[in-house]
Ligand binder design. Structure first.
Ligand SMILES: [Fe+2]
Length: 381
């Protein structure tokens, strides 16, 4: 058996209405002054959590809202502002962007490292501040993962920090926080979570202890995403997606993603296409490219997506790819790069940029050359 190290917060609370419990958790650890990192749409919805924080005698310092995928420059500003406050803990409540910023702030506020020092794997010196995360979308799984992503504007590329110190001390996963997420965001984030599970299952470093989460995540998301997109108040569907997204997050630390994420980075970094949409555009094409390297593996993905087995593993895998296209169409997500107004001339430079994301490409079941990346972008065009 190959080696795997499983990481997740020591405390994970899961269930409707668990969000305000984060206040008691922080108070029990002697925290009196907490930095709240959230976003403009989420901040006005935090009444019950703010009440609980007040009841527990916690003073809340609210950071500047994280409203789009954060840049290094924005992060450095937030870090400088946070260092001027006497912060004792960090509470990240939001989608992946807000939680990623919360995670990096908690790790860097007390230290001397800058964020550019820590891009890469295991370069973070440590984290002394308690860190608690609450997801308000079902997508990134950042509430349990050791990853954080920022946009390096100079390089027009998203860059990742991976470190066990970024795993929060506690996650409170409350599906009720996701009921008001609009359909487009529900679709994009859900397809992102689905991509995490698929890329972790069909991965060079796949492991049986991670496969169980990945397969169950695929099954839950495929079965419930359309329902949540078409009726945001569907509590059963929202709970299934929250769970699927959590499972996707659990796959991140030990196994991580592959070529879909690597090739989607230039779409986000250069053309500001939402992360989940970029992944969903590329997913079928990368899967078709990868299938010959592991048809049985992709057939298992297809079965978890809910398709019937066909005559061969490759044929079953192809049914899975078709099912993914159908799912994203039914969720109203764009299908081609041209629909996203990406100029065809950009493909060679996007392929070049994607090749830099070696920390993910190394996980892909089939080696991807720059020429392969060009072909994949062309087929997605
Ligand atoms: Fe992702």
């Amino acid at each position: 058996m190959n080696l795997v190290t499983l990481l997740q917060p020591p405390r994970v609370a899961l269930g409707n209405g668990c969000a305000p419990q984060c206040a008691e958790y922080l108070a029990q650890r002697g925290v009196r002054r907490v930095l709240l990192v959230s976003s403009t749409p989420v901040l006005p919805t935090l009444g019950a959590i703010r009440d609980a924080l007040q009841t527990s005698n916690l003073t809340v310092v609210t950071a500047a809202p994280v409203d789009s995928e954060p840049t290094c420059a924005q992060f450095e500003q937030m870090l400088a502002a946070a260092r001027r406050e006497n912060i004792e803990a960090v509470l990240g409540i939001g989608g992946g962007s807000a939680m990623d910023v919360a995670k990096l702030l908690a790790a860097l506020i007390r230290g001397t490292q800058t964020v550019t020092d820590v891009f890469g794997i295991n370069l973070l010196a440590g984290r002394t501040l308690p860190l608690v995360c609450l997801p308000t979308t079902s997508g990134t799984g950042a509430e349990v993962s050791p990853n954080a992503i920022l946009l390096d504007e100079a390089a027009a590329l998203k860059k990742g920090v991976v470190s066990p110190h970024l795993v929060p001390d506690a996650a409170f996963i409350d599906p009720l926080l996701t009921l008001t997420v609009p359909p487009g965001v529900t679709a994009a984030t859900g397809l992102d979570a689905l991509t995490h599970c698929i890329e972790a299952f069909a991965n060079k470093f796949a492991h049986p202890a991670v496969d169980i989460y990945a397969l169950e995540g695929i099954r839950l998301i495929a079965a419930h995403l359309e329902r949540a997109v078409h009726n945001g108040q569907d509590r059963e569907a929202r709970a299934a997606l929250a769970l699927g997204s959590y499972y996707g997050g659990l796959c991140f630390g030990p196994v991580n993603t592959g070529a879909v994420h690597a090739l989607s980075y230039p779409l986000g970094g250069r053309f500001h296409i939402a992360h989940g949409v970029a992944n969903s555009l590329l997913l079928p094409h990368v899967l078709r490219f990868n299938t010959p390297a592991a048809p049985e593996r992709y057939a298992e993905v297809a079965l978890a997506l809910g398709v019937q087995a066909a005559g061969s593993a490759a044929a079953t895998a192809e049914r899975g790819v078709e099912c993914l296209g159908q799912l994203s169409r039914h969720c109203g997500v764009p299908q081609t790069l041209s629909e996203m107004n990406i100029p065809r001339e950009a493909i060679p430079s996007m392929a070049q940029a994607a090749m830099q994301v070696t920390r993910l490409l190394k996980n892909n079941l089939r080696p991807v050359t720059e020429a392969d990346a060009v072909t994949i972008y062309e087929t997605a065009f």
